[in-house]
Design a protein around this ligand. Structure first.
Ligand code: NAG
Ligand code: NAG
Ligand code: NAG
Ligand code: NAG
Ligand code: CU
Length: 254
């Protein structure tokens, strides 16, 4: 099964001009949104498949504000709607990258690597306030993360069959304080240093619910500080994936 999959991917790669993506689709209430309805538009929204390519985030990009929400997406919030999310419900981000094999469409996939989601509370607690906020000095706290499944694999064969693992689904903690937030998706291909690829995207959300959780923490900013840079640039070694330190803070559970 695994060999067959690798073979398929090798075949598929012949048809690829790039393998990079951003996150235009947001899953809320079991429905994926149209492109960039709720996620901030990026300036490089080109896609993979046989489409044009754009350079992924490399080491130098970790220092750029673009690492927060994608290229030029810190200022695109005014065009973007705000999704109401019930705390405790499942949400997700789907990339706009797809693989083609010899017979055509094959499926959407995320790169092999860590996945995480963050929230940052808008300093101005209105829809317009969130839309205008660039997320700078935002106190991002992690609400979900997904590491490797084994020492060799990030995703299992079962997860990789068909169009599975074409999105990252997670749950918004039920006791998240209600309010307006940037919800940040984080995906990387942890090849180490300049070989690492970074992907990020931000949805604009209003979380409704009971609240009552502890103060969300620990918090971080994007671009990240020196200590986290090392984690983000670390190479995940095949055969030792379970020893990989997930970049960023621990998950706030509510
Ligand atoms: C999700 O469902 C809730 C009601 O359960 C609704 O208030 C909210 O607007 C819905 N969100 C979206 C983005 O459709
Ligand atoms: C291409 O992908 C489709 C959908 O997953 C699959 O049914 C088909 O067998 C694949 N073709 C080849 C040649 O791998
Ligand atoms: C994410 O959730 C959607 C909606 O329930 C589902 O169709 C999809 O299979 C889920 N994806 C993964 C990778 O679990
Ligand atoms: C990464 O690339 C930049 C230039 O794009 C270079 O300045 C830097 O030294 C490189 N880092 C490493 C570790 O090779
Ligand atoms: Cu890529």
């Amino acid at each position: 099964m695994r060999l067959a999959l690798c073979f398929t991917l090798v075949l598929a790669s012949i048809y690829l001009t790039s393998a990079h993506y951003n996150f235009p689709y947001l899953l809320v209430n079991e429905t994926f949104s149209p492109v960039f309805l709720y996620t901030r538009r990026v300036s490089d929204e080109t896609h993979a498949g046989n489409g044009p390519s754009y350079p992924p985030f490399h080491e130098k990009d970790l220092e750029s504000p673009d690492i927060r929400c994608g290229r030029d997406a810190t200022v695109s919030g005014v065009e973007t709607d705000v999704a109401t999310i019930v705390a405790g419900s499942k949400v997700g981000f789907r990339p706009n990258f797809w693989i083609r094999n010899t017979t055509g469409f094959f499926g959407l996939v995320l790169h092999d690597g860590p996945l995480a989601a963050y929230l940052a509370r808008s300093p101005i607690q209105t829809k317009k306030g969130l839309q205008a906020w660039d997320g700078a000095s935002g106190a991002f706290f992690k609400i979900a993360e997904r590491g490797p499944t084994t020492n060799e694999r990030w995703f299992t064969d079962e997860e990789l069959q068909g169009v599975q693992f074409s999105e990252y689904n997670f749950t918004v903690p039920v006791r998240t304080p209600p309010g307006f937030y940037l919800m940040r998706m984080d995906s990387l291909l942890p090849r180490g240093g300049n070989w690492t690829q970074f992907y990020a995207g931000c949805a604009q959300v209003e979380i409704v619910g009971q609240g009552g959780g502890s103060e969300p923490q620990p918090t971080v900013n994007f671009p990240v500080l020196e200590e986290m840079r090392k984690e983000y640039l670390a190479k995940a070694d095949s055969g030792q994936l379970l020893g990989y330190k997930m970049p960023g803070p621990s998950v706030w559970k509510g």
